[in-house]
Design a protein around this ligand. Structure first.
Ligand code: GUN
Length: 295
């Protein structure tokens, strides 16, 4: 078993981004700028956003955080989105999900300027991704593609089983793995909550990507020897030994690692890659903007 080290690979990517930023700023250009909108006080969202802001600093980006009260109205949030859409020198921004129940996520996502959609969640960008056009890719699936690429895991002609059909992970993941590209060119099966006998699919898979949000879901007897296992789950569970909360994935790592060829840990696998790819999308937006600001 070989561990796919998301901390190490994401650091490589951040280093590459930092070098790129320095090239521009050495030429007298402004820094790339990413903003985050955080609504309410969901502890997981607070922690994710804090880390995203920290990452910006580490690569030389400017960042800004817009914190809104849990009870903010849809109109107020849409007004902020509009302001960010029009803010000069702001290359990209994200609205951290999930939003409180009274806010319509679809409506908010649609209001984001696709050119500043660093998450790659806007339907325009999802459509471009499906059609293989250059665009911002959703950060988690994009990060998984980088993990596979930089770990030299072959995907062409392989059977990839994705478990979970969320808009931000499972569904785009299935599209990227089936694209005519490397990584990609895989035969993809997308399993979900209505798939009977998921183990019949995972046992025939070369690559299993698990993104369903159930702690310890994937067991050793559900995969064949030599499978690459990518764990997207981030679940907070109580550790019976210490009585404290800890983060675990959707994969029962301790038993699956003995049968898997390559496997991502939680934490330290996919999570840091998501953050790195958000920076990469922002850099892409910045480089487009710098070129057009000159013209
Ligand atoms: N919530 C969980 N993951 C993400 C993400 O990648 N982006 C945003 N905006 N919200 C999330």
């Amino acid at each position: 078993m070989q561990l796919i080290d998301g901390n190490k690979i994401s650091k490589e990517i951040r280093d590459e981004i930092q070098v790129e930023v320095k090239k521009w700023t050495d030429k007298g250009e402004r820094k790339p700028h990413l903003a985050a909108v955080l609504v309410g006080d969901n502890p997981a969202s607070q922690s994710y956003v804090k880390n995203k802001i920290k990452d910006c600093k580490s690569v030389g980006f400017e960042s800004s955080l817009h914190k809104l009260d849990e009870n903010v109205t849809e109109e107020e949030l849409l007004a902020l989105v509009e302001k960010l859409n029009n803010q000069e020198g702001l290359d990209g921004y994200i609205v951290q999900l999930p939003l409180p129940k009274h806010l319509d996520e679809e409506k908010i996502t649609l209001a984001i300027n696709p050119e500043k959609d660093a998450d790659g969640f806007h339907p325009t960008n999802i459509g471009k991704m499906v059609l293989d056009m250059p665009t911002f890719l959703p950060a988690t699936p994009y990060g998984i593609m980088e993990l596979l690429d930089r770990s030299n895991i072959p995907t062409e002609g392989k059977h990839c089983v994705v478990i979970g059909r969320s808009n931000i992970v499972g569904r785009p993941m299935s599209v990227l793995m089936s694209r005519k590209s490397n990584p990609g060119n895989a035969t993809v099966t997308l399993c979900h909550s209505r798939t009977p006998n998921i183990e019949e699919f995972t046992r025939k898979a070369d690559i299993v990507i698990v993104a369903l949000g159930k702690p310890y879901y994937l067991k050793k007897d559900m995969i064949q020897e030599g499978t690459t296992v990518i764990d997207v789950g981030i679940n907070r569970v109580r550790d019976s030994d210490t009585g404290k909360n800890k983060l675990v994935g959707d994969v029962d790592f301790d038993e699956v690692k003995d049968r898997a060829d390559h496997i991502t840990p939680v934490p330290g696998g996919v999570g840091p890659m998501t953050r790195a790819m958000l920076l990469k999308n922002t850099l892409l937006a910045y480089e487009r903007n710098i070129s057009s600001e000159k013209n």
